[in-house]
Design a protein around this ligand. Structure first.
Ligand SMILES: [Zn+2]
Length: 479
């Protein structure tokens, strides 16, 4: 459908001037927001969570959003508001979360965690970096368009979750229950940070994952090692052999079919990974670990572009104090699988289970349980309007082409929005890696607020050059 009402929206400059002129008010609002101890993990903060919702409802109404309301999914409600005054233009769901991590240990804070304190460029407070700072950016930008032009370049739905720091327990139920209200062409997330303030990056995806629990039984009960030892199979010996069969000596996964479907990293992805500011020596030295893994790939490539398989736990027999002369009858192995674009996690789970069954000796039984149904790798194709828009904006503002980066760990909200609403997410957060997220003395940079407002306003304008159908076409190209 070709929207007749589409007029060029080339009026970004007055919006950016407004954002600059009102920067102090934006920071003052952020400080009020940071004073609210919205700790989702601690039930003692239930009334603070409610107060935070009330504070956000007032803000969304005051900035001119419609249908402002709380969305209930069975846990902490989300705060929602929308502006749909741009028919024919794309609809962006702006995501952030209003809950924060607990502030403990309090004695390690140099300033009170819920009394925002500015020192130089840093604003110290729990939640400043994760993710109230970037939320202030996103809301200020939408408000600036509505104040200056009485219109946004695209349709906007604001969705602020209350359970991100406790595993987004009810997000899936909430998204399913309110599917119609949340329907959009794409998600723009204020959560998810920048790799560096100098080198622009665009997050184009993350590995998917699956989790298994394996139970191996070799006898009806634990046996006396004097009466049976040497004549029967020991469940722990067999479990150790099973675990050893999962990898080659160099660390490459040796399970048949494990790499099936994995799209080999292209030239572009490898060049981007090499260009990413990343100190490999420091990466290992920081954690006191040594490099180990699939030959032919850098550490960064191994954790972002290649599948992996890890044993997370292995136990059985006597683990208490002192000795116990038994031949254990049962062993448990816990596994995590990380998959890359092109792979079906269900198929990889079946390949691992088939390999383990094949390796199980006669007389022993193996039971494989999926702990986590598995999520595919998230991918934004280069032609996706989110990627093209972010590329245009960052190239202009940073004077260099952004590097496409992928994450090694999965991003739950990305998978949930893709599965429930069928749409892609761009992480466009403005925090930086050194801001002590989840730790004492968390801070956000005032300069990031300035950079973020400049880039978020340009991004919304840039996205208005696409039609809603462009988002559907781009998604069809994803693997
Ligand atoms: Zn967090």
């Amino acid at each position: 459908m070709k929207p007749a009402s589409l007029v060029p929206f080339a009026t970004l400059a007055p919006v950016q001037q407004y954002l600059q002129a009102t920067e102090e008010a934006t920071i003052a609002w952020l400080e009020d927001y940071l004073r609210l101890p919205s700790v989702s993990a601690n039930p003692a903060h239930a009334s603070d969570m409610a107060a935070t919702r009330g504070f956000l409802v007032e803000r969304l109404k005051a900035m001119g959003l419609d249908d402002v309301q709380l969305l209930d999914g069975g846990g902490e409600a989300a705060v929602f508001g929308q502006w749909l005054g741009a028919p024919g233009r794309p609809t962006l769901l702006i995501y952030a979360h209003y809950d924060v991590q607990p502030p403990e240990p309090l004695e390690l804070w140099r300033t009170p965690p819920f009394e925002p304190t500015t020192i130089g460029d840093h604003i110290y407070a729990r939640g400043a970096s994760d993710v109230k700072g970037a939320t202030a950016i996103a809301l200020a930008v939408v408000e600036a368009f509505l104040r200056v032009h009485q219109a946004c370049p695209v349709n906007i739905k604001v969705f602020l979750e209350g359970e991100e720091e406790v595993g987004s327990r009810s997000l899936r139920a909430l998204a399913e229950r309110h599917r119609a209200l949340l329907s959009a062409d794409a998600v723009l997330s204020a959560d998810g940070g920048r790799a560096s303030a100098e080198v622009p990056t665009i997050n184009t995806g993350a590995r998917g994952n699956a989790q298994l629990e394996v139970r191996l039984r070799c006898a009806h009960k634990d046996l006396h090692s004097g009466r049976y030892g040497g004549a029967v199979r020991n469940a722990l010996h067999e479990a150790a052999r099973l675990v050893a069969s999962l990898h080659c000596a160099d660390g490459t996964v040796s399970v048949p079919g494990f790499f099936d479907g994995a799209v080999p990293p292209g030239e572009g992805a490898r060049a981007d990974t090499a260009a990413f500011p990343y100190d490999e020596d420091a990466f290992f030295a920081d954690v006191g670990a040594a490099p180990h893994g699939e030959a032919g790939y850098s550490a960064r490539e191994r954790i972002t572009l290649r599948p992996s398989l890890d044993v997370n736990g292995l136990y059985g027999g006597h683990t208490g104090a002192g000795g116990k002369t038994i031949v254990p009858c049962e062993a448990v192995i816990k596994l995590t699988i990380r998959v890359v674009p092109g792979q079906d996690p269900g198929q990889i789970i079946r390949a691992v289970a088939a390999h383990l069954h094949e390796q199980t000796p006669p007389g022993c039984t193996l039971e494989v349980t999926e702990l986590h149904e598995g999520a595919r790798a998230a991918t934004l194709v280069p032609a996706h309007p989110l990627v093209r828009s972010a590329e245009a904006v960052l190239t202009r503002s940073m004077q260099r082409r952004p590097i496409h980066v992928r994450l090694g760990a999965s991003v739950p909200i990305t998978a949930i929005f893709k599965e429930t609403l069928g749409i892609d997410t761009l992480m466009f957060g403005y925090n930086l890696p050194d801001e002590d997220v989840h730790a004492p003395n968390e801070f956000f940079r005032r300069s990031s607020i300035r950079d973020g407002m400049r880039d978020w306003s340009a991004l919304l304008e840039q996205l208005s050059h696409f039609a809603p159908a462009d988002f559907t076409i781009a998604m069809a190209e994803e693997t």
